[in-house]
Each structure stands twice: as C-alpha cells, then as structure tokens.
Design a protein around this ligand. Structure first.
Ligand SMILES: NC(=O)c1ccc[n+]([C@@H]2O[C@H](COP(=O)([O-])OP(=O)(O)OC[C@H]3O[C@@H](n4cnc5c(N)ncnc54)[C@H](O)[C@@H]3O)[C@@H](O)[C@H]2O)c1
Length: 269
C-alpha cells in the first residue's frame, strides 16, 4: 500500500497544503523545510486532518541534508512512495540588472534543489515503485519579462521532469510536474532581486489569483490520481499555454508589451 509522502518546502504555502491534502487520506508525512516553526505548524495541522509523520530541517541546496532526509524516511517509514520537490524562492529583475549572484542563488534553490531531491530519493522510489512530483511554474512554459533567472530555473525543472518521465518508466517510477500561475502564499518573503519596485509588482500578481494554495493542492491530488504528467492548475494558464503552442509570436508580443509596462512602473517609483 502506498501511503508515505515526503514534501520539501512543507513549512508554508503550497507545500503545507499538499501535506494537508494527503493527510486527509491518512498518509504518513515526512515534512522538510528550512523554516522549522512553519514545519511544526504544518505537522500539527496535518495531524488534525488525519495524517501522521515527522519533520526535519533540510536545506535543499545541501545534498547531504537530502540524503539524511531519505535515511530518516527509511528509518521512520521503511521507505517512501511519493516525493514532492516543492521548496522554492522568488526572484525578479531585468536581465541587464540581475547579478550573477542572483543567478547562482536562484539556480541553486529552484533547480539544483529539485535535481538533488530526485537523486537522493531515487533509490527509495525504485524500491517502492513510487512517484516524483516536481513543482515548477507556468514560468517553465511561458517566459514572462523581468524574471529570467526564475524562468530558466523552472524550465530546467520541467526539462528534468520530462527526462525522468522517459528514463524512469522502465523502473516503474512515475513522474509529474506542476506548473501553476501566480497564487497567494508567503513566496514574496523570499524575493531577491536588484529592483525593489519589482517585488511590489510580483506581490500584485500573487494577490490576483482566482484560486488559492489549497485549491491547487486539491487539483494536484486529482491530476496525480488521473496519471497526468503536466499539471496546470490555473484555467488562464492552460489557455495561455494553448495560445503559445498555436501562435507563439502573439504571446511573445504580449510579453514584450508587458516588459515595456514593467520597465515604466519600475522607473516611476
Ligand atoms: N506562489 C506562486 O505564485 C507560485 C507560482 C508558481 C510556482 N510556485 C512554486 O511553488 C513552490 C512553493 O512556493 P510557495 O508559493 O508555496 O511559497 P512559500 O514561500 O509560501 O513556500 C516555500 C517554502 O520553501 C521553503 N524553502 C525556501 N528555500 C528553501 C531551501 N533552500 N530549502 C528548503 N526549503 C526552502 C521556504 O522556507 C517556504 O516554507 C515553489 O517552488 C514556487 O516556485 C509558486
């Protein structure tokens, strides 16, 4: 019976809601984050929702902390069935102004954190014939202006997920990738970038979402059960992706116009 799930970034936002959604099915949860108080809150909520499990501090930039987490899953649960690589940070800024340090930080957390999570847990997943759920973003599919380092990290998560989808079929490990548009969480707290005005603009985009993190976790749960690889929880995101596939030039034009508006707003503040 598959009922053991590990989630990174489980101390807040989408990671927390994924924990609660699976807890409602009575799953055992291994909850990881750098935010330990958030983790404890998530575990309390998960217990109230019907789940059980443990928390462990884990920085996804550090491979040894991920292998230690995999070891803890073996000791506490005898293995793992589902691994959710969800931990992530926000960034923004035009390419000309982003520093190489901004790039290194973004790639280290949002891309290499997922690579390391997959690598550390693959031996356990091969044993359980389990599944990987990687949280990317619509930014992986449609590269909006003023966030090139985030776009590249998330496109990397999508490429990794597609690579694993085909490679791991022979060992019966399933793979899913989640591409949400903006939604309200604490993501803005982690924002890093050269221009503070950009942070305010990202904040507005997060606030504008018609669906929240709990809705997204519920959608992921249903799509995973249906065996869907590419999971796009926002209706508007699914439509925009359709437009890009049919007429990419139209989408590039819209994005270019958006870039002009963003530049004007960033300068006028
Ligand atoms: N909120 C959005 O609009 C949005 C849109 C698309 C994709 N996403 C993605 O969803 C995922 C979850 O983000 P969220 O919106 O719930 O934000 P959030 O900030 O509420 O939660 C992210 C969690 O990741 C943790 N984290 C950050 N760096 C870490 C590290 N190095 N090691 C371990 N944990 C770390 C944070 O402490 C936090 O608890 C991220 O990958 C994000 O890129 C978010």
């Amino acid at each position: 019976m598959h009922n053991r799930i590990m989630i990174t970034g489980a101390g807040s936002g989408l990671g927390r809601e994924i924990a609660l959604r699976w807890a409602r099915e009575g799953w055992r949860l291994a909850l990881a984050d750098v935010n330990e108080s958030g983790l404890r809150e998530t575990l309390d909520l998960a217990r109230a929702a019907g789940g059980e499990g443990f928390v462990q501090r884990c920085d996804v930039r550090d491979y040894s902390q991920l292998t230690a987490l995999a070891q803890a899953c073996t000791e506490q649960f005898g293995g793992i069935d589902v691994v959710v690589n969800n931990a992530g940070v926000a960034s923004g800024g035009f390419f000309a102004e982003l520093s190489l340090e901004d790039w290194d930080w973004q790639i280290a957390v949002n891309l290499m954190g997922v690579v390391k999570g997959c690598k550390a847990f693959l031996p356990l997943l091969e044993r359980s014939k389990g599944r990987i759920i990687n949280v990317a973003s619509m930014a992986a599919l449609m590269q909006g202006p003023g966030m090139s380092n985030y776009n590249v990290a998330k496109a990397g998560v999508l490429a990794l997920s597609e690579s694993l989808l085909v490679e791991l079929r022979q060992v019966e490990v399933a793979v899913h990738v989640v591409c949400p548009s903006f939604f309200q969480t604490n993501l803005l707290d982690s924002f890093r970038g050269p221009n503070p005005a950009m942070k305010a603009q990202v904040g507005k985009l997060l606030e504008g979402s018609p669906i929240n993190a709990a809705d997204i976790a519920d959608y992921i749960h249903r799509q995973v059960a249906a065996g869907e690889f590419l999971i796009m929880p926002h209706e508007a995101g699914r439509q925009a992706w359709e437009l890009k596939r049919q007429a990419p030039e139209r989408l590039y034009q819209e994005m270019a116009e958006m870039a002009v508006k963003m530049r004007a707003k960033a300068v006028s503040r």
